[in-house]
Design a protein around this ligand. Structure first.
Ligand code: PMT
Length: 241
């Protein structure tokens, strides 16, 4: 059964962020953007108005989605906050946690044989936490957690510490899930909730995650409402567009 998201505005982040060291080097990660793009595509198919804030990736924009391309964590935060207010925020991006304190204006040169390079790194803005604190707050703030171990512990910690409604946790560093792969396996955590999804293609998981999102939105918010404020006759969910 496919839940409709008509009448909702959903902001999704996807892909990596690149934090420049100098004009030719950056700190990045292996996110392809597939998970976030699949969520944006599935949300648009369900009738949501979707803004996709994408780091540097090589993917086509899904049909019906407004895409904003960014490079760094700071740019991603600015674009996400500018896209609010929204009913739902889903943070699927792999945002770099640290950035060089200053990007060098010219290419850093090797100074001598065997010499290393010490970079001063600073924390990037926590986009997810800033969305959860934003006024007006999206009704649902959904984070991801990419973990190599103790998945449930770290996911529940993020849920509470960042004041999220759901956290979709995935294992990274193993074949067939997480970064770059076409497939994934998620465990979704809420305050009194836990649901394993997959392993399955990211396109399928995106729909299953959105079913959990839709179930947490009031029906009046996710269905079409007439201009006079009355609700139309509902389309049976199995015949919804
Ligand atoms: O892009 P793919 O190749 O398809 O891979 C998908 C994925 C593995 C990137 C995706 O499923 C995923 O797990 N995304 C989150 C990756 C991540 O950065 O996890 P984290 O545990 O470090 O971050 C936790 C949450 O905080 C995430 O929602 C992240 O978007 C958010 N965050 C993190 C740091 C920061 N400065 N700002 C944030 O908003």
């Amino acid at each position: 059964m496919t839940a409709s998201l008509r009448g909702t505005r959903i902001v999704v982040s996807a892909g990596p962020t690149y934090e420049d060291i100098d004009p030719v080097r950056f700190i990045g990660n292996r996110s392809s953007g597939r998970m976030g793009f699949a969520i944006a595509a599935a949300a648009a198919q369900r009738g949501a108005q979707v803004v996709l804030v994408a780091g540097p990736v090589h993917l086509d924009t899904p049909a019906g989605v407004t895409r904003i391309d960014v490079r760094s964590a700071a740019q991603m935060q600015a674009a996400v906050l500018a896209a609010l207010p929204a009913d739902v925020y889903i943070g699927a991006a792999a945002v770099a946690d640290f950035a060089p304190a200053q990007a060098a204006p010219r290419k850093l040169k090797k100074s001598g044989d065997g010499d290393g390079l010490v970079l001063e790194l600073v924390r990037t803005p926590d986009i997810l936490a800033s969305v959860a604190r934003h006024a007006p707050r999206p009704r649902l703030v959904v984070g991801f957690a990419a973990e190599t171990h103790d998945v449930a512990h770290y996911a529940r910690d993020k849920l509470a510490r960042k004041q999220l409604d759901l956290v979709a946790a995935n294992l990274v560093g193993v074949a067939g899930s997480g970064f770059e792969s076409e497939s994934n396996a998620l465990t979704v955590y809420g305050a009194q909730f836990e649901r394993a999804l997959g392993p399955a293609p990211k396109t399928q998981l995106a729909g299953e995650l959105l079913d959990l999102v839709a179930a947490r939105l009031p029906r009046t918010q996710r269905d079409d409402v007439r201009v006079d404020g009355t609700l139309p006759v509902r389309t049976p969910p199995d015949r919804a567009p």
